[in-house]
Design a protein around this ligand. Sequence first.
Ligand code: ATP
Ligand code: FE
Length: 331
Amino acid sequence: MIILGIDTSCDDTSVAILENRKILSNIVSSQIKFHSKYGGIVPEIASRKHIEWIWDVTERALNEAKVKLNDVDLISVCHGPGLIGSLLVGLCFAKALSYASHKPLIGVNHLEGHIQAIFLEEKFPEFPFLTLIVSGGHTSLYRVDDFGKYKELGRTRDDAAGEAYDKVAKMLGLGYPGGPVIDALAQNGDVEKFNLPRPYLQGTLDFSFSGLKTAVKVLLRNLGYEEEFPPEEIKRDISAAFQASVVDVLIEKVRWAGAMENLKRVVITGGVAANSELRKRAQMIEDLEVYLPSKSLCTDNAAMIAVAGYHRFLRGEKSDLYLNARAYLPL
Ligand code: ATP
Ligand code: FE
């Protein structure tokens, strides 16, 4: 079965072609250079770029996969959560393709896509398993009992981990997105130099990262860098301290959740799961078999939407042309 997947939930225009679970192409066209000077995503620019690029990205995906639109058996599209204007572009495009080519349409939740990215890999877990989705907009733990059976165990009460990375990067003058830059700087930083709080929130599987972000702000002020950015060495040391704090909390909560739910396997996914320190520490967790999608499948991509749609379709599900985009869409 050939599946065409589309994700335009945020600032990447992405189209993928799968043959069942095998990736034939997975094009991700990043808009970062249009947004970075603003220090974050500008929704209006994002939707306009999606409109400009969506057809071209689809043609590239079909060409690279050596597949004609006529050979496609299913169109799988992300319809939420995300930026409403961005989602609408991908969704309307998918509906038009489906209507014109008489191909079935299926709507997929972006978070389900992040979870199912692991099924694009050769090695994937048996059910049930624990999932940590750690991305730009979410930091949540789920128990996954089957395809489509997700139970939320905890979530962030304020900032997502990725959002904290991006905001701390902005304070340090590192540009957007902050995750990859902080990840790189932290590798040469002294993790002992500064001590930042670890918001474990005893007795709950929820997270909170906004206090940690404030702690970085206070630290910068105390060091005298309120008006200007600190020198490279301090940027490196703060990056290392911040990253150690985030990773400690994420790993500890995964441990707690695994023990509380008596689960033996965990999938760690979403943009922050591309983080090198988190990947390293995850491999050392005892009592849990850890599954990490490859880095390019952790960040937003349409192959993860295609594989989630494929599994829904196999269960007999289908969407119609009334399918709507939803900025807020719980799993
Ligand atoms: P969501 O999936 O919650 O709707 P999103 O789709 O915008 O949000 P993703 O693309 O999954 O988010 O992830 C982007 C986030 O991942 C950004 O906040 C970015 O800084 C972070 N990120 C990417 N690479 C790394 C890295 N190596 N280390 C830490 N964070 C990273
Ligand atoms: Fe995402």
